[in-house]
Design a protein around this ligand. Structure first.
Ligand SMILES: Nc1nc2c(ncn2[C@@H]2O[C@H](COP(=O)(O)OP(=O)(O)OP(=O)(O)O)[C@@H](O)[C@H]2O)c(=O)[nH]1
Ligand SMILES: [Mg+2]
Length: 403
């Protein structure tokens, strides 16, 4: 079998990877106990590649590169690699092999206990140490990313955290840490740090749902729109102003982003104490939202009049009940005409919501900051003076290696 060659790796690359791989080669089953369709066995450490080469053969004999997913056969230790049916005690097992890094491999095999036990036994025979859970001597930057990844709710957000677990930000910091500091290097690092910070508002909160709040006058169709967005009757809707009294939440996913939608009481002049409290809560929810959907009634004879909220809060204006009007008013690019009743315009609304939610999202493989600590250090790097101690700040960003 052919696995990635080490000869292209510079010393820096090798050192970088050593930061996120255990010092001895270890193997472990990552999937839970009990039977399942597929199991995943991980091998990590300095001899991971060699151990795999002794036990398996790729279906296509071309070197596998990091990130590739390759079909292969588990032949067992030191079977004759050119013989498709080596005379071992076990028949070949079909597996899928992928290199997460040069020192970190995953074997996806049949989920039955026999296949898992055989693979783990073969790996141990070749010198890997079995552990219940592979604990790496990871620097803080990696363990922080692992903690965020564990809380991510969608594939899109998890992909961003996973890239950091695999070392995107670590590699960025190690790469510059190993360079001699010169004015040119400092300028490049500062500029790259500023680029990383551009997505910080998005990346620092990927483990929490984005707060989207619907506000508007009574009876415009806020609750109906929320129900149409989530696909079930979460809120009571009724042809009477003042139906919704409190703030009502429901969670869903829009464009791969987890969101918490909040329906609120309609805003109008009212002396009724419960309704007034509902309106106070509605405005508070709107002013602390990540995105506000302001709803107006398309049948209203009054000129369209949206509330003025804090200017930093992104907003979408929705003209609802368009099924009841003959001609629509002209809409700007942040406006959508909908009918919660017939579904007209709902797709456009979801598309616009997705655009707003993903406006500052990074590409999944980009280095990003995931928490306040990383953000503070990146800000110091991005705004540093020429005397600034770049290496020390990058070291602080990487953090101590946790045993
Ligand atoms: N024809 C039509 N009727 C709608 C539409 N959206 C909502 N309605 C109706 O309008 C009435 C009010 O809808 P709600 O969703 O309860 O309005 P709301 O804004 O939540 O009202 P409050 O909770 O009182 O503030 C209900 O009878 C709905 O069925 C729409 O797009 N078209
Ligand atoms: Mg309502």
């Amino acid at each position: 079998m052919s696995l990635p060659q080490n000869d292209h790796q510079s010393k820096t690359n090798h050192e970088r990877r050593a930061l996120i791989a255990p010092q001895i080669t270890q193997c472990s089953c990552l999937t839970g106990t009990g039977r399942s369709a597929i199991a995943v066995v991980a091998v990590r450490g300095p001899d991971a590649q060699e151990v795999l080469q002794r036990c398996s053969r790729l279906a296509v004999d071309q070197p596998a590169s990091v990130g590739q997913v390759r079909l292969g056969h588990w032949t067992g230790p030191d079977a004759i690699q050119t013989d498709p049916s080596p005379a071992t005690n076990h028949p070949d097992e079909t597996v899928v092999i992928t290199a997460i890094t040069a020192n970190h491999w995953e074997i996806h095999c049949h989920g039955g206990t026999a296949a898992i036990e055989r693979i783990l036994a073969d790996l141990q025979h070749c010198g890997a140490q079995w552990v219940r859970e592979i604990r790496t001597e990871s620097p803080l930057i990696i363990t922080e990313a692992e903690a965020v990844l564990a809380r991510c709710l969608t594939e899109k957000t998890a992909a961003v955290a996973l890239a950091q677990v695999r070392g995107a930000l670590l590699e960025w910091a190690v790469q510059w840490q190993s360079q001699p500091t010169s004015p040119e290097i400092l300028a490049t690092v500062k500029s790259e740090a500023q680029t990383i910070l551009r997505s910080a508002e998005w990346t620092m909160r990927i483990a929490q749902p984005w707060k989207i709040v619907l506000v508007g006058k009574p009876n415009v169709g806020k609750s109906s729109l929320l129900n149409a967005l989530v696909g079930f009757d979460r809120s009571i809707t009724f042809d009477q102003a003042g139906t919704t009294r409190d703030v009502l939440h429901t969670e869903t996913v829009i464009a791969g982003v987890p969101v918490r939608l909040s329906d609120t009481a309609g805003i109008r002049d009212s002396g009724e104490p419960i309704e007034a409290e509902g309106m106070r809560r509605a405005l508070h929810a709107a002013n602390t939202a990540d995105l506000v959907i302001q709803v107006e009634d398309a049948t209203s004879q009054q000129p369209v009049d949206f509330f003025s909220l804090h200017s930093s809060i992104p907003q979408i204006h929705v003209l609802n009940k368009v099924d009841l009007v003959e001609s629509r008013q002209t809409l700007s690019e942040n406006d959508v005409a909908t009918s919660a009743m017939t579904g007209v315009g709902m797709e456009a609304l979801v598309t616009l919501l997705g655009q707003k939610l993903l406006q500052h999202a990074p590409k999944p493989s980009e280095p990003v900051v995931l928490n306040e600590r990383q953000h503070d250090l990146m800000t110091q790097i991005a705004t540093s003076s020429p005397e600034f101690q770049l290496t020390a700040k990058l070291e602080a960003l990487i953090g101590e290696v946790l045993q």
